[in-house]
Design a protein around this ligand. Structure first.
Ligand SMILES: [Fe+2]
Length: 161
């Protein structure tokens, strides 16, 4: 999915900006999807660990909401068009749909761990891609996201051992 670039006084070439914007819009769609899936877990988890997981998932969704905004605004800073509706997210996201029937804490933890792992790999790949393209600022944004997501994957996996 692609949209036009606007003119800008920014010193990154249109060719570079176009490539970076494409990567960022894929991240935007996937982050939105992961955020709503994490909320789905926050609302529907049941069992002994209910309260702890309910709170943890909400904290994680809150971080993702911040990244949605940061990624979308990096797109517009590069004079691109942020593609951030729910319909675009569902068509473009790298994630499979969340299992809607699960309830147990460990089932939610495991479903989220799978999705966080996919997202973590995408974000890490985006660090080097945007760095190679010469956009150190976007690479830095991805590095910040990557550090948090790796930590969250650790938190999730720590429940599964
Ligand atoms: Fe809530």
């Amino acid at each position: 999915m692609n949209a036009k670039l606007y003119d800008t006084r920014l010193d990154l070439s249109a060719e570079i900006r176009e490539k970076v914007v494409q990567i960022l819009n894929l991240t935007l769609a996937t982050t939105l999807d992961l955020k709503t899936q994490t909320k789905q877990a926050h609302w529907n988890v049941k069992g002994n660990d209910f309260f702890q997981l309910h709170e943890l998932f909400d904290e994680m969704a809150g971080e993702l909401e911040e990244y949605v905004d940061m990624v979308a605004e990096r797109v517009t800073a590069l004079a691109g068009v942020a593609l951030g509706t729910a319909r675009v997210a569902s068509q473009t996201s790298l994630l499979p749909e969340y299992p809607l029937e699960i309830t147990a804490g460990l089932d939610h933890v495991s479903a989220l761990a799978d999705r966080y792992a996919t997202y973590a790999a995408h974000v890490r790949e985006a660090i080097s891609k945007t760095d190679d393209l010469g956009d150190a600022d976007t690479a830095d944004l991805y590095t910040e996201i990557s550090r948090t997501i790796d930590k969250r994957l650790w938190f999730l996996e720590a429940h599964l051992h």
